[in-house]
Every structure is written in structure tokens, then in C-alpha cells.
Design a protein around this ligand. Structure first.
Ligand code: PRP
Ligand code: MN
Ligand code: MG
Length: 180
């Protein structure tokens, strides 16, 4: 285990197993709809890559980058688009792929933006859900695991851009993000 972690919540095998189940559910829902899976960079990059391999129907992918946390451990409350989609979403069945829903601010902003651009439907799949963090009323349509109200990192999730490359997810030691 990485030394800055206090404990591991989900190991590589648990994560991959759950993603396989989610992929099957999404394949049923989106059969013959040619959905557009949108990866919310950077956090969702590992989940996106593993998930789409398990969704056994024709689909397209695109990427969007947002930031609400920057290097801080708490959300700034303001969501910024750092990179936009390459192509229009009008008339498309869109699936937003996220790593975690915490306050819900990022997803609310993204969903509103995509609906405003006239997507035919907008649904959300998030690997993790942290219901205790919620500040706005939004829920993922599918999620992998509920997580406690702790600072979690790994498998795409960062603290100050670190730990994204861990193949598992764990709780960061408080001393790490309280240092400065
Ligand atoms: C994190 C995470 C989600 C969002 C969840 O992204 O990856 O996108 O925050 O938090 P919220 O529900 O409170 O909005 P972040 O802004 O840190 O950017 P990153 O994905 O590049 O790490
Ligand atoms: Mn993110
Ligand atoms: Mg982040």
C-alpha cells in the first residue's frame, strides 16, 4: 500500500469486478442507441478506459475536462471547463462518466450544459458516490460503490494531482492534506 494512505477501501479486483457489472447494465440500456460516453477528465480517465471495454454495444467517446478543486482539498464551488468536447451533442444519448460524485456541483453543471446543448438524454455513471458530501440535489443513475465522507485517492482520484495512478482506492492520511 502507498505510504500516504491510511487504508485501502477497494482493491484492483473489486474495482474491476464492479466495472464489469456496470458495463453489462449499460449495454442493456444503450443497445442500438449509439450513445456518446463523455469522460470527465482527469479523474474519470481510468474508469472510462476500463468501463467502455465492458460495454459491449457500439458507442462513441469524447472528453471534457473540468476543475472545481484545483489543488485544494475542498471544492471551490465554481466549476470551470478546461477542455470542451470535440463535437456537438445535439440529439445524442449522452452518458457522463465520472469517478466520484461529492458535492454534486460538477455534475449539475455538466448536466445542465449538455441539456442546454440539446442532448436527447443525459445520464450519469459514477464509480464512487459520497452521499454525505452532497450540496445540490443530484444523483448518479448508476454508481459502483458508496464511500464514506473521507478524502479518498487512487484509480484516477487525486490530491494535488498525485495518486491518480494507484490501481486501488484508499483513504489519504489526514496529515498529508493538512500539511500546508
Ligand atoms: C473531482 C472529481 C469529480 C468532482 C467531484 O474533480 O474527479 O469530477 O471533483 O466533486 P463534486 O461533486 O464536489 O463536484 P476535480 O475538480 O478535482 O478535477 P480532476 O478530475 O481533474 O481531479
Ligand atoms: Mn473530476
Ligand atoms: Mg481532483
Amino acid at each position: 500500500m502507498q505510504k500516504d494512505l491510511e487504508s485501502i477501501l477497494f482493491d484492483e479486483e473489486q474495482i474491476q469486478q464492479r466495472i464489469q457489472e456496470l458495463g453489462k447494465q449499460l449495454a442493456v440500456e444503450y443497445n442500438e442507441k449509439n450513445p456518446l460516453f463523455i469522460c470527465v477528465l482527469k479523474g474519470a480517465v481510468l474508469f472510462m478506459a476500463d468501463l467502455i471495454k465492458r460495454v459491449d454495444v457500439p458507442l462513441e467517446i469524447d472528453f471534457m475536462a473540468t476543475s472545481s478543486y484545483g489543488d485544494a482539498s475542498k471544492s471551490s464551488g465554481v466549476v470551470r471547463i478546461l477542455k470542451d468536447l470535440d463535437r456537438p451533442v445535439e440529439g445524442r444519448h449522452v452518458v457522463i462518466v465520472e469517478d466520484i460524485v461529492d458535492s454534486g456541483l460538477t455534475l449539475r453543471y455538466l448536466r445542465e450544459t449538455l441539456l442546454h446543448r440539446k442532448a436527447a438524454s443525459v445520464k450519469i455513471v459514477s464509480l464512487f458516490d459520497k452521499p454525505e458530501g452532497r450540496q445540490v440535489d443530484i444523483e448518479p443513475d448508476w454508481f459502483g460503490f458508496r464511500v464514506p465522507n473521507a478524502f479518498i485517492v487512487g484509480y484516477g482520484l487525486d490530491y494535488a494531482e498525485r495518486y491518480r495512478n494507484l490501481p486501488y482506492v484508499g483513504i489519504l492520511k489526514a496529515e498529508i492534506y493538512q500539511e500546508s
